[in-house]
Design a protein around this ligand. Structure first.
Ligand SMILES: [Zn+2]
Length: 431
């Protein structure tokens, strides 16, 4: 068997056959001869008229430990549809790529699973090449049709670059929380870009949008998708309750400390002002307050005996923090009620309780929740939560940890689509 025949069978390059095989120091160079005479623009338009020609090389999947280089004449055409000179499309590689489709698909498949350094070592390509390949494969695989049958979505912000920058991410509740859109920023205008891309007809199909309690996403949804029911994501509601606990802890800590100081001054044991260094805390209670953080925030079922003891101590001493804890758990009960018809009544009872609590952080929280009463109830009625989106923050940390996506927002967005967009990359050996 001739070498060209063997390579033809082995490589099975679409739209071309092997004309020559050369063994060089760099690897095996395979010269390809095209079958089609017509030139196809990447836009789909085709012609027989040629503008000019040159030779280009593409890196293919290694043959054992030997690099494979495909070489072919590539032509340019003057596309009437694009109105400019463009390089023709070749069946074995994506436009502009210097790697074959097979090579790029393997990189993308690996990028879903392993760190960047491992890929660059395994496939002998640069970091930049991996990032560009991911961008190209995602652009190739991400079809606008993913937005066709979208009815219930969740919107959330995710942070990157150590919390200094933000992306807005949209997930499809009916497709297991797959990310269908991501954009830079966290403003109303960012989400409006999504509604723009969705278009009027498809936006009008939206039935429900779950989101945080902020103003930005609400504003964009109010104007663009007024028919959709807005849901306040339970995660964000509980997060606000936890924030209120933390605020209340500091508030009550200051309260206790001031009380202790006043008592000390009254007893004549201490002068006004800063206590000298090394002085033990004026009263145990202030320390309790400080050390009660996890006992107050954690799910009661998950509390360790020591934390449970903290909670009991707070209850026995009649601490205001115990009431904070009760308020937080009372709000969480909203999402644990066995009978959904009890939910509105429970919420109203909680709002009244929190409002009269005289704990500033919880009075503020009750106001926020009251303003969003309908959206909180809608989330429970429709059973929508952004739990999948919440997992995205940790997924992004993992993507960063694996060495991807901290160079540009575009690179990170491509990785989010690749890893969280429900894209299936078919390996060449599985096709
Ligand atoms: Zn064209």
């Amino acid at each position: 068997m001739r070498a060209t025949t063997a390579f033809n069978k082995m490589l099975a390059i679409p739209g071309a056959h092997v004309a020559a095989v050369t063994f060089t120091a760099e690897g095996v160079v395979v010269d390809l001869a095209r079958r089609a005479k017509r030139l196809r623009c990447p836009c789909g338009w085709s012609t027989r008229a040629l503008y000019d020609r040159s030779t280009r090389s593409w890196r293919g999947l290694d043959l054992g430990a030997t690099k494979l280089i495909l070489r072919a004449e590539i032509r340019r055409l003057s596309c009437r549809r694009c109105g400019r000179v463009r390089t023709e499309d070749v069946p074995w590689a994506r436009p502009g790529a210097r790697f074959t489709r097979d090579f790029e698909d393997v990189v993308a498949w690996l990028a879903q699973r392993m760190d960047k350094t491992a890929i660059t070592r395994l496939l002998r390509c640069s970091w930049e090449a991996v990032a560009k390949i991911v961008g190209r494969v995602v652009a190739d695989q991400l079809h606008d049709s993913r937005l066709d049958e979208v009815y219930r979505i969740g919107v959330d912000e995710v942070s990157y670059r150590k919390g200094h920058r933000y992306l807005t991410v949209v997930a499809d509740h009916d497709r297991d929380g797959a990310v269908i859109w991501a954009g830079e920023g966290k403003k109303a205008a960012t989400l409006e870009q999504f509604y723009d891309q969705l278009g009027e007809t498809r936006t009008a199909q939206l039935q429900a949008v779950s989101m945080d309690l902020g103003a930005a996403f609400k504003k964009a949804t109010d104007t663009r998708a007024p028919q959709a029911r807005q849901c306040a994501d339970p995660f964000h509601v509980i997060a606000l309750a936890n924030e209120a606990i933390n605020k209340a802890r500091r508030w009550s800590w200051n309260l206790e400390r001031d009380k202790a100081r006043a008592a000390a001054i009254e007893a004549g044991t201490k002068r006004r002002g800063r206590p000298p260094a090394g002085t033990p805390a004026p009263r145990d209670q202030a320390r309790w307050v400080k050390h009660s953080r996890w006992a107050l925030l954690k799910d009661p079922d998950a509390l360790e005996p020591k934390q449970l003891e903290v909670l009991h101590e707070l209850r026995r001493s009649g601490s205001v923090l115990y009431r904070c804890w009760q308020l937080k758990e009372g709000l969480r009960d909203l999402y644990r009620l066995p009978d959904p018809t009890d939910v509105p009544m429970h919420l109203d009872w909680w709002l009244a309780w929190a409002c009269r609590s005289r704990i500033p952080a919880f009075v503020t929280l009750s106001k926020t929740v009251r303003t969003n009463r309908d959206r909180v109830l809608a989330a429970i009625e429709l059973g929508l939560s952004n739990s999948k989106l919440e997992g995205l923050n940790s997924k992004i940390r993992l993507i960063n940890h694996r060495g991807y996506g901290h160079h540009s927002a575009a690179a990170l967005i491509a990785m989010i689509y690749l890893c969280c967009g429900g894209l299936t990359i078919a390996l060449p050996m599985e096709r």
